[in-house]
Design a protein around this ligand. Structure first.
Ligand SMILES: NC(=O)c1ccc[n+]([C@@H]2O[C@H](COP(=O)([O-])OP(=O)(O)OC[C@H]3O[C@@H](n4cnc5c(N)ncnc54)[C@H](OP(=O)(O)O)[C@@H]3O)[C@@H](O)[C@H]2O)c1
Length: 199
């Protein structure tokens, strides 16, 4: 398969690229490099797809959201979170549906905060839950056997370590990557793949 990975230089994206590259042709993308894409811009997404050419699967492990208690989150914090992690990934599917090969797939990234909110996660819980709802509907409407799933990561060990925190509560990125591989290579659609099921 020819698989596009957006966010390929990130902690999760790197592990997904490594896992998929064993069996597939992987096209790595992020905001820089040979095939730049900024998912917050629809024009950038269209340019990217035109340059990337045909593909069988797209994985997105990109998109940011802001943390903060309700009284401190600004309009800009919400707008940023919605335009980056939510609409960025939604627009990858909207613009990609007509381009992906028959029987192909899209795999987006949410996070456990969708179902297990914490104080300060309002914007991210909103975004993650929105992504999961979107994927269920997109899977229903997708033509030509195209599948749409969301992977829901918990804390990644390497992320906790990079933040100077105890990594023992996180899952290794290589373990998280297994959920993406299952979404790309399996038959599931309209599902939220919880990375804790892939330990
Ligand atoms: N790591 C965790 O513990 C964890 C837990 C739950 C959920 N998640 C979710 O998983 C996703 C990936 O997390 P991560 O930790 O791997 O992130 P990361 O290490 O910060 O990597 C993010 C990747 O996305 C790219 N990127 C960022 N903004 C972009 C944009 N606007 N357009 C295109 N590419 C963009 C980055 O490259 P450039 O900056 O060069 O563009 C990089 O390749 C995020 O949505 C995050 O919320 C992560």
């Amino acid at each position: 398969m020819r698989v596009i990975v957006i966010g390929a230089t990130g902690i999760i994206g790197r592990a997904v690229v490594a896992a998929l590259a064993e069996r597939h042709e992987v096209v790595s993308a992020h905001r820089q490099g040979d095939l730049p894409v900024d998912i917050t811009s629809k024009e950038s997404i269209e340019r990217f797809y035109a340059a990337a050419g045909p593909f069988d699967a797209l994985v997105s492990a990109a998109g940011d959201g802001r943390f903060g208690r309700l009284e401190s989150l600004t309009d800009e914090d919400f707008a940023f979170s919605l335009s980056s992690k939510l609409m960025g990934q939604v627009n990858l599917v909207r613009a990609g549906l007509a381009r992906v090969r028959d029987g192909g797939s899209f795999t987006l990234t949410s996070g456990l905060l969708a179902r297990y909110p914490v104080v300060g996660s309002a914007a991210l819980t909103l975004v993650n839950a929105g992504l999961e709802g979107f994927a269920r509907v997109a899977a229903l409407e997708a033509p030509r056997g195209v599948r749409v799933n969301v992977v829901s990561p918990t804390w990644v060990r390497e992320t906790l370590l990079a933040m100077g925190r105890d990594g023992s509560g996180g899952l290794p990125a290589a373990t998280v990557a297994r959920a993406y591989v299952e979404s790309v290579e399996g038959t599931r659609t309209g599902e939220v793949l919880d990375v804790r099921d892939f330990r």
